[in-house]
Structures are given as structure tokens and as C-alpha cells.
Design a binder for this molecule. Sequence first.
Ligand SMILES: *Cc1c(COP(=O)(O)O)cnc(C)c1O
Length: 368
Amino acid sequence: MIKFLDLKAINAQYQQELKDACSRVIDSGWYIMGGELEAFEKEFAKYCGVKYAIGVANGLDALILSIRAWKEMGKLQIGDEVIVPANTYIASILAISENGLIPVLVEPDPETFNISPENVRAAITDKTKAILPVHLYGLISPMPELIDIASNHNLLVLEDCAQAHGATILDKKVGSWGNAGAFSFYPGKNLGALGDAGIITTNDIKFAKIVRALSNYGSYEKYKNDYKGVNSRLDEIQAAMLRCKLKYLELETENRRKIATLYMESISNPNVQLPKVFDYENHVWHLFVVKVKARKSFVEYLRENGIETLIHYPIPPHKQRAYKEINERKYSITEKLHNEVVSLPISQILDMSSVNYIIEIINKWEGN
Ligand SMILES: *Cc1c(COP(=O)(O)O)cnc(C)c1O
């Protein structure tokens, strides 16, 4: 069976280094907010090309605390509107509603699946205060255009970078375009911890300080609480794991690009629609997503041939019970996508002979 994602094999590549790092933390006797976190934050900020990176407990908290910090700074308030793609993982939208702001869902560009600047422009009202682009599947959103719109309308930009560590446009990485970027290091992401972790990137020192305080009980100074904060910290063990793995991220992304290129050049079944790629360097291929009308039989056929696939995602956020107040809304591009997408295996360690086998099996499929 070709697994969709083999986390054990991914981390086994660096087994000794990860174990050594773990021992280093155990032996240090310091487990929260110590040297590993401080070093990782510096290394990750440098990697992204920003001044500050603030570790938090996970990607959802990175999004929630960024918005929360802007509320504390008086830049956002309850009831403000935030424009977000309708076809995203639900976390992007939860972060907005959790803060008492209004998610304004917009249809994606049907070619790239990413947020459409045209639809963003059309959705702007007097209450719009921010845009939350999601670099879905590893493809960076059209940031130059979005930044332009944001500066014309005085909007904040929060990038959801959970699927796109290291993706660039014009040599500028995700997380360095907006006012802030939120990353997840969930184990299956391109840069994955061995547990939960997340980080916020920014060039705004005031924002950075508030986010840090919010993630640590609203406190700048021990036992003094300036905000009603939360406990959302990136612990030393995970920071140490991430420091090891960050070193190999670029190399690993290269393997994803090789696989994606092979898929793009060799899948020739007319019933399997390939993603549109305009520039390979802008993409870090967190997922390789094709569209197939007869999805059920395609997935079944691949499974019978020993190939595991997943669907990202089967139900759009506006159709979830959690958002029953907007279940009746119609986002037809988003809904069609959710009915047709299939994610093929891709990872930093998937080998080319498996990829060639997957291509051969797909090209033999006679369904439609
Ligand atoms: C994974 C993911 C998140 C959330 O990250 P967690 O670390 O699981 O909280 C947010 N947004 C997107 C687009 C994601 O894929």
C-alpha cells in the first residue's frame, strides 16, 4: 500500500538528531519558554524574512491570537468584517468568529483554488477591516494584488500560512507579506512538529509583544496580567524538534516539487484534471490535488490498486453544522470543488518509483 503520508518514515530520516535534541531538553531541566524556543523563533523569522516570530501552541491559536492582538490594539472590534475564502480548512474561519468578528466568505479563483482578488474587491463594505488569505495546498495567494487592495482600503492582512511554509512570490516568502502570518506545525504539515505547535510572524514590534503576552496569560511580567490572556505556548521539546527539521525544509520541498512536476508532466488521463500551475517556485506542494467528476469510483479504483488518497476537504465550512446560521448560503464554485477534489500522495519522502506507479495506474483508469 502506498500510504498518503508516512509520518513515521518522515521523522525516521532524522531519528538520531531528534533524539539528541530531545535529550538536550530533558537534561536542561527547562521545558517552557527557554533557549530552544528563543532560538527557533529567531531561525524561523530569518527563514521567513521577518523581524519577529512568536511561538504558540498550534496553528489555530496563531490565527486567533493575531486577531485578538489587533482587538487589544484598537485596530479591530467585535462586529467588524473579515474577508476569507469559502474553500478553506475551517480553522481560518473559526479564528474570525471566535473573536466575535464576521467572516465574509468569498468564492476562490476556480483555476488556482486560492482567494480571488476580484471577489475580495466586490466583498468590501464599510465594515471590512481585514483580509485573511489562505495559501491553500501550498500555493501562495496573489499577495501583491491583495496588499494593494488592503492599502487602498486600509485593511489588515493576516496570512494563513499553515499549508505553505516557504512558498514565495517575487522572492518574498509567505508570512512576510501581510501585517502578520500564522503558521501551523501540525505533524503532517510541510514543517511538522512531533505534536502540536504554531507560530506568528510579523514586522510589527508592538503587535509581537501583545501576541506574546496574550499567549502567556496576558502577562508581560510574571504575575502581572495586562490582558485576559490564554495559555498557548510552544514548548521546548517541540521547538527543539522544529529546529532540527527546519534545516531540511528546503531540501524536502525540492522533493515535493520533483513529484509534482512528474505528476504534471505524466498524468494524461482526460478524466483527471490537473492543478493549474503558473510558476513552480511559488508552490511548495503541501498537497497535490486533482479534480475528478466520478470521484468515488476513482478513489475506490486507486485503493484497489494499493494507493491511498484523501479529500481536502469533503464538506465546506459553510455547510458544517458548526455554521448552521449560514448553511443555506450558496457558494457554487466552492461546493463544486469540494465534490470533485482528490489529493494524491505527495511528501518529502515519497520515492519516484511509487510516483511512477501511481501515474501508470491513473493513466489506465477508464472511469469518468
Ligand atoms: C492545519 C491548518 C490550520 C490549523 O492548524 P493547527 O495547528 O491544526 O491548529 C489552519 N489553517 C489551515 C489552512 C490549515 O491547513
